[in-house]
Design a binder for this molecule. Structure first.
Ligand code: NIG
Ligand code: FE
Length: 417
C-alpha cells in the first residue's frame, strides 16, 4: 500500500519518551508519502519518491493534501464495564462530591454490581462497541484496565475480555490489573483482607495465565492510601507486572512521589501532584499520563499542571480515561480539545503525547507511536489541512480513514473492517 499526497505528515519520529523541547517537534513532513508492506512501514518521504515502489497490485491511497498521524494510542482507559451512570449527572451538578457518591455505594461500585452480573459474552459485546468508536476516532491501540468487578472470578473475566478483544478486534488491547480501584462492599470492614486477596491470589493467577502487563492502584484520599498502594504495586512488580498508578487525581496525597520511589512506568491523572512529586517523576523517568477530560467532567477547579511538568522534564502523555463515571468518551479528539484549552499544551506537544509518549507509557515504543521505517502501519488520516487545523476545528470526528496493521479499517469516519 502507498499513501501519497499527504499535505501534513506528522511522523512523531524518535522512539523514546519526549521531554521539554523535543515535545515541540512533531517531525512534520510536507507533501509526504508512506510505503507499507504487509503490516509494516517500509519507507517514508516527500514528493514522488514513492513511485519506485509502484507495482500492478499496489493499493494507492490519495490523501488529497490531508493530515496523517500515527494511529493514536489511548494509554489509560477503563473501557471494559457494564452499566452506565447518567443518574449521577444531576447529583454532580448539585455539587455532590465524587467521593461522597462512591461512599454512598454509587460511583465505581454501581458498575461493579452490573459488571459482576454480566456474562463474559455480554461484557465483550459492550466493549467491542466502544472499541469500534475509538477506532472510528483514530485510536489504534488502547490500554484497558480491570477494576469494575473487584473479586477474583470477575476481575479475571474482565482481563479475559481484554485478551479476547486483542485477538478478535483490529484494536491492540494492552491489559492492566486494577483490582485496587475501590474496596468492594463485602470487604468494607476488612481492607487488609481484600489487599491480601489481590496479592496472594489474583495477581499470581494473572501472571501465570499472562492476563496483564501492568498493575495499577487508585491511590486517593478515601480510596487506597500511599502505604497500601506501595504494598500492592511492589507485590505486583515482584511478580513481574509493571507498575502504573492513579496518583493525586483529586487530592494531593503523595502519589506522584510514590511513582518516583517505586520507579513506576507511569503516574496518571496528577491534578494535585506536588512540586516534589513532579521532581520525583522527572528524576525517575516516570511518564505523566494526563487526562484533561476527567478534570473537566469532575468539575475540578484546576487541570493537571502540564506546563510545569514539561518545564521540569517529565515526559507527558495524554489519554481519554474512557470510563462510565468521570470521562464517558471514546474520543482522543475530545482529549485534544481539553489538552489545548485546559492544559495549554501546543498541538505538537499533544500529538506527541498521544502517539510516541503514549507508546512509552505502555512500553511499546519500539513497535508503535511514530511513522518510521520498521514500525507497524497504524495510521490515522484526518480531514485537516494541517496540524493546527485539527485542533482548531473541534467537536466533530475529523477522521477520514484509519489504517491498522496495514489494512483500512475506517472509511469516511466509519468502521469498515
Ligand atoms: O480514572 N480514578 C479512578 N478511576 C476512574 C473513575 C472510575 C469511575 O468513576 O467509574 C478515573 O477517574
Ligand atoms: Fe482512570
Amino acid at each position: 500500500m502507498i499513501i501519497k499526497n499527504i499535505g501534513c505528515l506528522v511522523t512523531c519520529a524518535g522512539s523514546y519518551p519526549k521531554t521539554k523541547e523535543q515535545l515541540k517537534d512533531a517531525g512534520i513532513i510536507e507533501n509526504g508519502y508512506i510505503v507499507i508492506e504487509d503490516n509494516l512501514i517500509v519507507d517514508v518521504g516527500s514528493g514522488d519518491g514513492y513511485k519506485k515502489y509502484l507495482k500492478d497490485d499496489t493499493e494507492v491511497i490519495d490523501a488529497e493534501g490531508k493530515t496523517v498521524t500515527p494511529g493514536l494510542i489511548d494509554s489509560h482507559t477503563h473501557v471494559v464495564y457494564a452499566g452506565s451512570r447518567e443518574f449521577e449527572l444531576p447529583l454532580k451538578l448539585q455539587k455532590m462530591k465524587y467521593i461522597d457518591i462512591l461512599n454512598a455505594g454509587g460511583g465505581i461500585l454501581s458498575n461493579v454490581t452490573k459488571t459482576r452480573e454480566a456474562s463474559k459474552e455480554m461484557l465483550e459485546a459492550e466493549t467491542k462497541k466502544r472499541l469500534d468508536l475509538m477506532l472510528a476516532h483514530g485510536t489504534t491501540t488502547v490500554e484497558s484496565k480491570s477494576g469494575y468487578a473487584l473479586d477474583f472470578e470477575n476481575e479475571i473475566k474482565m482481563l479475559e475480555v481484554n485478551k479476547s478483544l486483542n485477538k478478535n478486534h483490529p484494536m491492540d488491547v494492552i491489559s492492566t490489573y486494577l483490582g485496587a480501584h475501590a474496596i468492594p462492599k463485602e470487604y468494607k470492614e476488612n481492607r487488609d483482607g481484600y489487599i491480601d486477596l489481590m496479592i496472594n491470589e489474583v495477581m499470581p493467577y494473572i501472571q501465570e495465565h499472562e492476563l496483564a502487563d501492568f498493575v495499577d492502584c487508585f491511590c486517593e484520599e478515601g480510596v487506597f492510601s500511599v502505604e497500601e498502594a506501595r504494598k500492592i504495586l511492589k507485590a505486583g512488580q515482584s511478580l513481574g507486572l509493571k507498575a502504573k498508578i492513579h496518583a493525586d487525581e483529586i487530592e494531593s496525597i503523595g502519589g506522584a512521589e510514590l511513582a518516583g520511589e517505586i520507579k513506576a512506568v507511569s503516574a496518571e491523572h496528577l491534578v494535585g501532584a506536588s512540586d516534589q512529586g513532579i521532581k520525583a517523576m522527572a528524576d525517575n523517568k516516570v511518564i505523566a499520563v494526563i487526562l484533561p477530560t476527567t478534570s473537566f467532567y469532575l468539575m475540578l477547579d484546576t487541570f493537571a499542571r502540564a506546563r510545569k511538568m514539561i518545564e521540569e522534564g517529565v515526559p507527558v502523555a495524554l489519554s481519554t480515561d474512557c470510563n462510565p463515571g468521570t470521562s464517558p468518551t471514546e474520543s482522543l479528539q475530545s482529549t485534544m480539545t481539553f489538552a489545548c484549552f485546559g492544559l495549554r499544551m501546543m498541538p505538537e506537544e499533544i500529538i506527541n503525547g498521544m502517539t510516541i509518549n503514549a507508546a512509552c507509557a505502555v512500553c511499546r515504543e519500539k513497535e508503535i507511536g511514530s511513522i518510521e521505517v520498521g514500525k507497524k502501519a497504524d495510521l490515522a488520516i484526518f480531514n485537516a489541512k494541517n496540524l493546527n487545523y485539527l485542533f482548531y476545528h473541534f467537536g466533530v470526528n475529523a477522521v477520514d480513514k484509519v489504517v491498522k496493521d496495514g489494512k483500512i479499517v475506517v472509511q469516511d469516519g466509519k468502521v469498515s473492517y
